[in-house]
Design a protein around this ligand. Structure first.
Ligand SMILES: C[S@@+](CC[C@H](N)C(=O)[O-])C[C@H]1O[C@@H](n2cnc3c(N)ncnc32)[C@H](O)[C@@H]1O
Length: 339
C-alpha cells in the first residue's frame, strides 16, 4: 500500500489529535517493518537465542529475540519448550498482571491458536484451563500447540459462545480475545480488504458484544473477564467496553498498573492500547473487568463439559476441586525483578 485510503486517514484523525502521531501511525501501516520475534517459555528457560533488553513490564517468561533469530526452526520448539507469539499478544495478555485472586479455572472463549491461553496458564497456574474455539477448522492447531507445550490440565471445546450457557458461573478468569476487523495485520505486511469500512467494523462490534455477553455468564463471583482485540477502531474496543459496563453494571474495569503509560485516550475507563509506531508490535487493545458480585463459586462440572462435547483433554481431572486452596496473592507474579 503506497497511499493511505480515506478511511485510514479518517481513522488516524480520530485516534490521534497530534498530526505527527497520525503520520507515524499511517506510515507504520503503509510501510510495514518487522517486529522482533518473541517467545513465551513454557518450560525452564535456556540460552538459545540472542535476546533484546526486556521492557520494564515484560514478564520473566517472555523473551524478545534479535532480528534474524528463527525460534520456530529450533528443535526445542518441537519439544514444546516455548511458544512463538507476537509481542502485541504479550501486551494484550498483560492485563492479567492485575489479577489478584487465586485462579482455579480459566476459560478462554476464543482460544486458537493458543497464545493467550498458554500465557494465562504460565502466569496464573490454574488448576484447570478450558480452551474454546468456535471455528472447527482452527481447533486442530490449538490442540497441537497445547499438546506440544504440555499445557495441563486442559480441556478443549469447540462451541459457539451461545451454546455454553449450561456451564455455570464458575471460572475465576474468562478470556475474550475477540475476532475483530484485524486492522493491525496491515502493520505486519498483511492484506485485510475492507478492514476500515464501517460495515466491517459494525459487523465485528456486534459479534464482539454477543461474545462478551455470553462470556460474562461464565465469570464466577469476584472473578475476572479480560477483553482484547488486535484492531484499532474505537467501535470494537472502547465502545464495546462502555456498552458492556452499561449492560453488566456488576462488572467494573480494573486498573493495570503495568500498562498505565498505554492508557487509551478514548475512554475514561482503564483500558490500554499498543500502536504500531511504538515499534513493539502491530497493535493491541486490552481491558480487565472484575465481577463485583459476591457469592459462592459454583463448581465447573466436568460432566457438563462432557455433555457440551470435549474435543481434547490433557491432565488429571481429579485435581479439579471446588475449593480454592491457594492462599497466596499472585502479587508481582508476572513482572521480572531480576534486572
Ligand atoms: C484473535 S483470535 C484468537 C487468538 C488466540 N486467543 C491466541 O492468542 O492465540 C480470535 C479467535 O476467535 C475465533 N472466532 C471466530 N468467530 C467466533 C465466534 N463467533 N465466537 C467465538 N470465537 C470466534 C476465531 O476463529 C479466532 O480463533
Amino acid at each position: 500500500m503506497d497511499k493511505p485510503s480515506n478511511l485510514l486517514l479518517k481513522l488516524s484523525r480520530r485516534l490521534f489529535d497530534d498530526t505527527t502521531e497520525q503520520e507515524k501511525f499511517i506510515d507504520a501501516l503503509i510501510h510495514p517493518e518487522p517486529f522482533y520475534p518473541c517467545i513465551l517459555w513454557c518450560r525452564e528457560k535456556r540460552s538459545l537465542f540472542k535476546i533484546e533488553p526486556p521492557l520494564s513490564w515484560q514478564p520473566y517468561f517472555v523473551d524478545r529475540l534479535s532480528f534474524g533469530e528463527k525460534p520456530g526452526q529450533h528443535p526445542l520448539h518441537n519439544e514444546g519448550y516455548y511458544y512463538c507469539l507476537d509481542f502485541s499478544s504479550v501486551f494484550a495478555a498483560m492485563s492479567l498482571s492485575a489479577v489478584r485472586s487465586p485462579i482455579h479455572t480459566i476459560f478462554d472463549m476464543c482460544a486458537a491458536p493458543g497464545g493467550k491461553s498458554i500465557f494465562a496458564w504460565k502466569a496464573l497456574q490454574p488448576q484447570l484451563l478450558v480452551c474454546n474455539e468456535a471455528i472447527g477448522k482452527r481447533v486442530g492447531m490449538l490442540i497441537s500447540n497445547l499438546k506440544r507445550c504440555r499445557i495441563s490440565p486442559t480441556i478443549v471445546l469447540s462451541k459457539d459462545s451461545s451454546e455454553l450457557n449450561q456451564i455455570s458461573s464458575s471460572s475465576q478468569l474468562v478470556i475474550v480475545d475477540a475476532p475483530c476487523s484485524g486492522q493491525s495485520l496491515l502493520a505486519k505486511g498483511g492484506k485485510v480488504p475492507g478492514c476500515f469500512h464501517p460495515t466491517t467494523i459494525n459487523k465485528n462490534a456486534n459479534r464482539q458484544k454477543r461474545i462478551i455477553t455470553n462470556s460474562a455468564q461464565l465469570v464466577a463471583p469476584k472473578g475476572y473477564l479480560t477483553y482484547m482485540t488486535c484492531t484499532y477502531s474505537i467501535e470494537e474496543n472502547e465502545q464495546v467496553c462502555e456498552w458492556f459496563l452499561n449492560k453488566f453494571p456488576q462488572f467494573q474495569a480494573v486498573e493495570v498498573p503495568e500498562l498505565v503509560e498505554y492508557q487509551s485516550h478514548h475512554s475514561s475507563i482503564p483500558c490500554y492500547r499498543l500502536f504500531p509506531q511504538s515499534k513493539l508490535g502491530a497493535g493491541a487493545f486490552t481491558v480487565l473487568f472484575q465481577n463485583t458480585e459476591m457469592g459462592e463459586i459454583e463448581n465447573l462440572d466436568v460432566e457438563v463439559l462432557q455433555r457440551v462435547g470435549i474435543r481434547y483433554q490433557l491432565g488429571d481431572m481429579n485435581l479439579i476441586t471446588t475449593k480454592d486452596t491457594k492462599e497466596e496473592v499472585l502479587e508481582s507474579l508476572l513482572v521480572r525483578d531480576d534486572f
